[in-house]
Design a protein around this ligand. Structure first.
Ligand code: 5GP
Ligand code: 5GP
Length: 230
């Protein structure tokens, strides 16, 4: 009897201690946004851009982030100030990150700042499913699985400075990937609306694409959407 109650006390103590040091981080989100950016539309704006140290990225969609989100549209952020980004934990992913998650912010840098920002702001809020390596690996895999640019070009939507309707863009992506993204636009230097970011949704386990439970509040697109070259 005494042994059983002391066992109960030990289990309770472990649970309290565990949550105090973060082992039991509860899930505080319902799904993820996988946000991809078109480099041409980041760079041809008034703010312009800087290529990373590794050189001009490929003309393809790069990752912006994998963001935990709630069904009511709100989201947690900066969940663990003690979990600073450590590049050595993703050393095997660095070449893939440089190629598929390139930074375009100025001044020119190696990307560690962008990845660190995304991990600390968003990744740390998904500690129940991802450690740092798992977070970056999952985003890279999901992006790879989608093959968004392939879907667009197969549907006749090409990054050639031409203009397309939102239905052409969404239609080509749905047809080619099976998922309809939320399309966010920004403006080029002359003020034309252009395809900037695509938001896809991922289940709470972080391993499969799903239809989006709620759409983000991004910048709406015009009737004619430019798809600039890069
Ligand atoms: P978020 O908008 O995800 O909170 O923050 C993006 C942060 O990452 C900003 O501080 C931005 O300057 C930086 N950043 C670095 N490289 C990039 C990039 O290629 N694209 C975007 N959107 N932000 C970047
Ligand atoms: P912006 O104001 O440029 O749209 O967003 C700035 C930053 O806030 C994004 O880079 C991202 O870090 C965060 N953010 C904006 N909207 C959302 C959203 O709907 N969900 C989540 N999880 N983060 C968002």
């Amino acid at each position: 009897m005494a042994a059983r109650s002391s066992l109960k006390i030990s289990v309770a103590l472990l649970l309290v201690l565990g949550s105090a040091v973060g082992y039991c981080a509860a899930q505080d989100y319902d799904f993820f946004y996988l946000v991809l950016q078109w480099p041409g539309s980041y760079c041809n704006t008034k703010q312009s851009c800087c290529y990373p140290k590794s050189g001009k990225p490929a003309a393809d969609f790069g990752i912006h982030g994998l963001w935990p989100n709630r069904d009511d549209g709100s989201y947690p952020q900066n969940c663990n100030p003690d979990s600073e980004f450590d590049p050595s934990k993703v050393s095997d992913l660095l070449s893939s990150l440089r190629a598929n998650w390139p930074t375009l912010a100025c001044p020119t840098n190696d990307g560690v700042r962008f990845w660190g920002h995304e991990w600390e702001k968003h990744g740390t809020c998904a500690a129940d499913v991802f450690d740092e390596h798992g977070y970056f690996q999952a985003a890279l895999r999901l992006r790879d699985d989608l093959g968004v640019l392939r879907a667009l070009t197969a549907g006749g939507v090409n990054p050639d400075g031409g203009y397309y309707t939102i239905d052409q863009i969404k239609g080509a992506i749905s047809q080619g990937t099976g998922f309809e993204p939320y399309v966010e636009c920004n403006r080029d230097e002359s003020g034309n609306s252009q395809l900037y970011q695509l938001y896809f949704c991922v289940n709470a386990a972080g391993d499969s694409l799903i239809e989006c439970p709620v759409l983000p509040r991004g910048r709406p697109c015009g009737k004619r959407i430019e798809f600039p070259a890069f």
